[in-house]
Design a protein around this ligand. Structure first.
Ligand code: PEP
Ligand code: MG
Length: 582
């Protein structure tokens, strides 16, 4: 591909949404649909009946799409469409449309579009990133309803000629799923952020993407050459010959590296000087087990059981839980599956949980489990029954001290005895662990370690509670700094306590899958790291090429550093030195 000699290079900076570099011609996505005309109608009730038909057809269309995505991608991606179905059930929206039709006497297409646009505008102006990005979801769903009313075919991407870079104002999840099918090289959007569903999807589809690129639509014309750097969040329109040459090198280096990493995907979890470590997967349902096995996870280190509750938006029965857990254990083919007991509360709200001023410090996880045996016991029963199919571990989230651990263990033992009386016994003894994610637990880790079989450190929460920084609050996001010396020293203390009691310690928070952090965690004394399956190959590669004694030295240095900046420097220095030596 040639740089465009006629138009000057333009560089646009956006938000890096999915890594990778791609270069191809621009494909400007036309997102228009048939024009909605306004006309007077005689019978508003007839219009409302047409809306009912369109809503039913749209529901069926989304359900079909959901099933397709679940089959081709996975259940978590498909769950996005559950949110779409909820838009269709939004009583306030439908009420407003009904009133508009009766009040104005105009056709349903016009009234529906007017109200839908009002909703989209409200969401698009919201402060919160997550809520703002829901505007794309509403546009997607209400657009489908309009298509039904107008008798148009549902919006589709394509045909994209070969591998092109799709350029759009914003993309709906439906359109993003279509991009994958069409085999596009990358996508860039003017709107959207890292947490928009299309960005989340891009990461799991492995399509380089940059979102939130101000001025994109005005800067790009059909046929322009685009260079997309999904890591830097950079879009280069009509790159010069020099830029292309630089990027050719970068692309080549990335490809070579990726091939090397994937080439070692099945090699043992052993450091360069022969020390064993264990890499495990974090999953949220049996459908993610395939990814975990493909990336050679040694087992599941964190099974987020609350996903089933959130998916059903209700308390699932023992039978529903058993069906899901048993499938996961069977699919794991003898590898251990660590079920984390229900961790609902905090930012994961459900049903009858009351509103709290401080939900992250409120009625959450094991606090709720211990108080509500009608929820805790069926889940324990389901897990013990699933353990008849293979090795299972159980861990209790948000343990703050020894009493909670003892109580949780006692209920577990009762349930186990009850099932034994019914003739149900696990295939292997079930190991019981404590999640260490509250500072008080870290401080009494020595006592906890003597009374459980393993530790799993939830760094996502541990950092927020140690530093008193809400993990979801954008305003204090820069203060959420795991390099803070307090975090390093707390982690070292936890690992020391585990070692003294002779139990293994894993890290299942996001730090475990961070290439910069993995060597430090092992250096500080972690035995296992559990992470999203996609992160496994890179972390395995890094650790296999590092020496245990060097990681230990890194741990010592980090423990001695007085500031977060100094720790960051150490981590970066270690990564650079490793890169050079490989
Ligand atoms: C954690 O807190 O690090 C963790 C793994 O649990 P979650 O992110 O689900 O709270
Ligand atoms: Mg947690």
């Amino acid at each position: 591909m040639q740089g465009n000699p006629h138009r000057a290079e333009v560089r646009l900076l956006g938000t890096a949404a999915a890594p990778g570099v791609a270069r191809a011609t621009a494909y400007l996505l036309q997102q228009g649909r048939s024009l909605v005309v306004r006309r007077r109608v005689d019978d508003p009730e007839r219009e409302l009946a047409r809306l009912e038909v369109a809503l039913t057809a749209t529901r069926a269309e989304i359900a079909q799409l959901r099933a397709d995505v679940a089959r081709k991608l996975n259940e978590s991606e498909a769950a996005i469409f559950d949110a779409h179905l909820l838009v269709l059930e939004d009583v306030a929206l439908i009420d407003e449309v009904t009133k508009e039709v009766r009040r104005s006497g105009y056709n349903i297409e016009h009234c529906f579009e007017t109200v839908a646009q009002r909703y989209i505008d409200i969401f698009a102006k919201m402060e919160d990133d997550f809520l703002r990005e829901r505007a794309a979801d509403i546009r997607d769903v209400t657009g489908r309803v309009l298509d039904q009313l107008l008798g148009a075919a549902p919006a589709e991407v394509g045909p994209v000629a070969g591998r092109q870079v799709v350029v759009a104002l914003d993309l709906t999840p439906t359109e993003t799923a279509g991009l994958h099918e069409a085999g596009v090289a990358a996508f860039v959007t003017e709107e959207g952020g890292r947490t928009s569903h299309s960005a989340i999807m891009a990461r799991s589809l492995d399509i380089p993407a940059v979102v939130g690129v101000k001025g994109l639509m005005a800067a790009v014309g059909a046929g322009d050459t685009l260079l997309v750097d999904g890591e830097a969040g950079l879009v280069i329109v009509n790159p010069s010959a020099e830029t292309l040459a630089t990027y050719l090198d970068k692309e080549q280096a990335l490809r070579t590296r990726r091939d090397r990493v994937m080439g070692e995907i099945a090699l043992p979890d052993t450091t360069a000087d022969g020390a064993a470590f264990g890499l495990l997967a974090n999953i949220g349902g049996p459908e993610e087990m395939e990814d975990a096995l493909r990336c050679h996870a040694r087992g599941v280190g964190l099974y987020r059981t609350e996903n089933l509750y959130l998916r059903l938006d209700a308390w699932p029965t023992e039978a529903e839980q058993f069906a899901e857990y048993a499938e996961a254990v069977r699919l794991a083919q003898g590898r251990p599956v660590t079920f984390r007991m229900l961790d609902i509360g905090g930012d994961k709200r459900l049903g009858d949980l009351s509103d709290e001023a401080n939900p992250f410090m409120g009625y959450r996880a094991v606090r709720m489990c211990l108080e509500r045996p009608e929820i805790f016991r069926p889940q324990l029963r389901a897990i013990v029954r699933a353990a008849t199919f293979g090795p299972v571990h159980v861990m209790f989230p948000m343990i703050s001290g020894i009493e909670e651990l003892r109580k949780a263990k006692e209920i577990f033992r009762q349930v186990e005895a009850e099932l034994a009386q019914e003739g149900i016994r696990s295939a292997a003894p079930i190991r019981l662990g404590a999640m260490i994610e509250i500072p008080s637990a870290a401080l009494v880790a020595a006592e906890l370690a003597r009374e459980c079989d393993f530790f799993s450190v939830g760094t996502n929460d541990l950092v927020q509670y140690l530093l008193a920084v809400d993990r979801g609050n954008r305003r204090v996001a820069t203060l959420y700094d795991p390099c803070h010396p307090a975090v390093i020293r707390t982690l070292a203390g936890i690992f020391r306590a585990a070692a003294a009691a002779g139990i293994p310690a894993a890290v299942c928070g996001e730090l475990g899958g961070d290439p910069l952090w993995a060597p430090l965690l092992l250096g500080l004394g972690a035995h296992e790291l559990s992470m999203t399956p996609a992160a496994l190959p890179e972390v395995r590669f890094l650790l296999r090429h590092a020496r245990r004694d060097e990681m230990r030295a890194l741990g010592e240095q980090a423990l001695a550093s007085a500031s977060a900046a100094a720790t960051r420097g150490l981590l970066q220095g270690f990564a650079t030195a490793q890169q050079k030596s490989r």
